[in-house]
Ligand binder design. Structure first.
Ligand code: NAP
Length: 246
């Protein structure tokens, strides 16, 4: 599998799954733009991509803000070239029971995951269509497949992202642009670091393969979905989850 000559843009690339995916795509030959709210994190990822001999740029932007996203995409095109691979991965989560959830929390979770993917895709999709080649990979979650308590808005957002993936896949298939989702299980990243130890232990104990997932487990699926070899895969939800959702 080679991604030689490709340009990838990864949102939320300054940490966790996004960083690991950036490094995996770089190892396969892609240049990688790293967009994140956290510019320091994005810069660290970009530096690691450069160490692998690939070009990179770190961008500070909020995926919810279409003006910032368009400006970031324009900078990527200027510095690295047109975006071939987009990974809509920026996200956040926290545990809150439904009766305690506020309207602001609901709006924020839906907005970052769903509107964020909309904004970033809008910023690059015309070029993919024009060039008749593109890969869009959305980071969903098993929460969007099987639901998750104390994460109702998150599960709703991730299910929405799966609908976005499938609708867009149908529309873009004739143009050589595939759209797929990865739906990770429980993965060891800064996002899950904050979970109470007893909840983490409970989650890990329920995973059939007997270990927590690593960001690299997701990055492997991302590299495949980004590849030429995956040209017949579209509208799919690939779920590296250790068997925790079947
Ligand atoms: P992470 O390490 O916290 O990385 C997420 C990154 O996204 C952070 O750098 C975060 O910046 C950034 N971000 C958040 N909101 C943003 C916004 N509005 N605009 C731009 N960047 C933003 O978490 P992760 O576990 O790698 O999560 C990556 C994706 O995987 C998320 O979509 C998450 O929902 C999904 N996922 C994770 C798991 C898991 O178990 N870890 C399971 C299933 C799905 P800040 O740190 O500044 O907020």
């Amino acid at each position: 599998m080679t991604l030689q000559g490709r340009v990838a843009l990864i949102t939320g690339g300054g940490s966790g799954i996004g960083r690991s995916s950036a490094l995996r795509l770089a190892r396969a030959g892609s240049d990688v733009a790293v967009l994140d709210l956290n510019l320091d994190g994005a810069k660290q990822t970009a530096a690691q991509v450069s160490t692998l001999g690939r070009r990179s740029v770190a961008l500070e932007a909020n995926v919810v803000n279409s003006v910032e996203v368009r400006a970031a995409a324009a900078r990527v095109e200027q510095e690295l070239g047109p975006v071939d691979i987009l990974m809509n991965n920026a996200g956040l989560a926290w545990l809150v029971s439904f009766p305690d959830m506020t309207e602001e929390e609901w709006d924020r979770l839906l907005s970052v995951h769903v509107k964020g993917a909309f904004n970033c895709t809008k910023a690059v999709v015309d070029g993919m269509i024009a060039r008749r080649w593109g890969r869009i990979i959305n980071t969903a979650s098993i929460a969007g497949l099987g639901g998750m308590g104390r994460s109702v808005a998150y599960a709703t957002a991730k299910a929405g992202l799966i609908g976005f993936t499938k609708g867009l896949a149908r529309e873009l298939a004739p143009y050589g642009v595939t759209v797929n989702a990865v739906a990770p299980g429980f993965i060891d990243t800064p996002m899950t670091d904050t979970w109470p130890p007893e909840l983490r232990a409970q989650r890990v104990a329920s995973i059939p393969v007997g270990r927590v997932g690593l960001p690299e487990d997701i990055a492997e699926a991302v590299a495949y979905l980004a590849s030429e070899e995956a040209s017949y895969m579209t509208g799919q939800v690939v779920s590296p989850n250790g068997g925790s959702y079947m």
